[in-house]
Write a protein that binds this ligand. Structure first.
Ligand code: F0G
Length: 463
């Protein structure tokens, strides 16, 4: 089976026709093979739409805003609300949606004070139905899997993709096959996939090994792959940026900062920014920067050592398991959007990630470790003078705090760095630690604990 996308959109203001284009040799095609790679050169495909320029940006903005007041399934979705910039299935009946998107844009007052950046925001994609940004892409890709008549969908994952895919497969009446690295994803994410009915295989390898195997499997078995190699995923993930710009009244921020793993999300956000500029929805581009964990820094090294021209793979290791990826599939797409938007690529240490996660938690928001690289990276970009205090900055928080409770508990109990070289250094984070206390079930004991806490609490730890 192949995925045909030449479809016509029924709603105004203009008709769209999507095709696939190879990012390597530029070959165009109306359908894609199972592995979503170019049949000529083997590189990744992306989707194109020849008729965007005919869209009136003013009409689009008011149409999208008006849809927020409507109760149709497609309008309630923060992804399909922007369907003029998405591939549409032949029938709207095929759309698999869990009302994804519509995620909040939060201010970060404490981090603003600490960094001196007064306009600092977090776009929290962890507030999606399965708790991560994956849902925005999954609704589109699962829709096309269903339209193509697949019984099985499959992915390799560090956890979030599998949770999201399993949910959308269940809603769309499909089975799901999950390939995850054994012992290297959080139980929270795996347990989601199980509840949504996935066939979960824990493979004795890393994420990169799982993805390699999946690429072979799709050529052998009739399964539809839902990794971000699948261009439909990235089309859906574009809406993060569209919704963000709408929330900012179409005034582009100076910087958008995003974590980098397999590099699908940065590619999707960059694609959306370029398309919005082309259509005239925005007047200029924000700079899109990608932050990686030091132990999983393939893009950083690809740019520094390979000049952005060849992939420098790494053996990935980080406690931010969502981005424990050494051989990112979409590296070329990410390099292109970094270059097109003038963004930076930075790496942060495990300690820096932990501190940033604690700081985001202290804002009453929270996120999973991989998302916290954004704040940690921002501090470095600020120090380097790449970001300036008077600029507007948006951090993309990709996953919910509840995604990795083991990590959070280990941090508060001072177990995270126990026995590692970082143990002493991690003591400086004590102000963020709030380990649970075990006390007698008496009023006196609770009152005493409260009084002790009041005494030891600095009035404002961030002042
Ligand atoms: N943040 C979180 C929470 C993630 O789960 C991922 C990727 C990323 C950032 C990186 O995004 O890969 O588009 O650069 N998670 C994938 C997964 C790989 O399988 O859940 P990316």
């Amino acid at each position: 089976m192949s995925s045909s996308t030449t479809s016509e959109k029924s709603s105004q203001p203009s008709q769209t026709t999507f095709r696939f284009r190879c990012i390597g040799c530029g070959a165009m095609t109306g359908s894609a093979s199972e592995d979503f790679r170019c049949s000529d050169c083997g590189n990744l495909l992306e989707m194109t739409n020849s008729s965007w320029n005919s869209n009136d940006p003013v009409a689009l903005k008011s149409l999208w805003r008006e849809r927020r007041t409507l109760n149709e399934a497609l309008d309630l979705s923060g992804v399909w609300r922007f369907r003029e910039l998405l591939p549409m299935p032949e029938s709207e009946e095929n759309v698999v949606t869990l009302r994804e998107g519509n995620t909040p844009l939060y201010e970060l007052p404490q981090s603003s004070r600490a960094t001196g950046i007064s306009r600092l925001y977090a776009k929290h994609q962890g507030m999606n139905p399965t708790g991560s940004f994956k849902d925005a892409g999954m609704t589109v890709a699962a829709t096309f899997a269903r339209q193509a008549g697949y019984r099985w969908v499959a992915c390799a994952s560090t956890g979030n993709t599998s949770a999201s895919m399993a949910a959308y497969a269940a809603r769309g009446g499909m089975r799901s096959l999950v390939l995850v690295p054994e012992g290297k994803i959080s139980w929270s994410k795996l347990s989601q996939a199980l509840d949504y009915g996935a066939l979960a295989c824990q493979l004795r390898t890393d994420f990169d090994g799982c993805l390699r195997l999946l690429q072979e499997l799709v050529k052998r078995a009739p399964v539809y792959q839902l990794n971000s190699i699948n261009p439909f995923r990235l089309e859906g993930q574009k809406t993060l940026a569209i919704e963000l710009l709408e929330q900012l009244d179409w005034q582009p921020p100076d910087h958008i900062i995003v974590p980098g793993g397999n590099l699908g999300n940065s590619s999707a956000i960059g694609k959306a920014l370029l398309e919005m500029l082309e259509i005239g929805l925005i007047s200029h581009l924000p700079q899109l920067s990608v932050i990686q964990a030091e132990g999983a820094n393939a893009l950083v090294r690809t740019l520094r050592e390979g000049g952005g021209k060849r992939l420098v793979s790494v053996q990935a290791e980080t406690r931010a398991t969502a981005i424990r990826i050494g051989n990112p599939a979409s590296w070329e797409k990410a390099v292109k959007v970094l270059q097109a938007t003038g963004g930076a690529c930075e790496q942060v240490s495990e300690l820096e990630i932990v501190q940033a996660k604690a700081e985001i938690g202290a804002e009453g928001i929270g996120c999973e470790p991989a998302s916290a690289v954004t704040l940690a990276g921002l501090k470095k970009l600020l120090q380097a003078g790449f970001v300036k205090p008077e600029e507007t900055v948006v951090l993309v928080l990709t996953g919910n705090l509840l995604k990795d409770p083991d990590f959070t508990m280990a941090f508060h109990r001072s177990d995270l760095f126990r026995g590692t070289a970082d143990e002493r250094e991690s003591a400086k984070l004590d102000q963020f630690r709030h380990p649970p206390v075990v006390i007698d079930a008496t009023l006196e004991a609770v009152v005493k604990t409260l009084e002790q806490a009041e005494k030891s609490d600095p009035t404002d730890s961030n002042a």
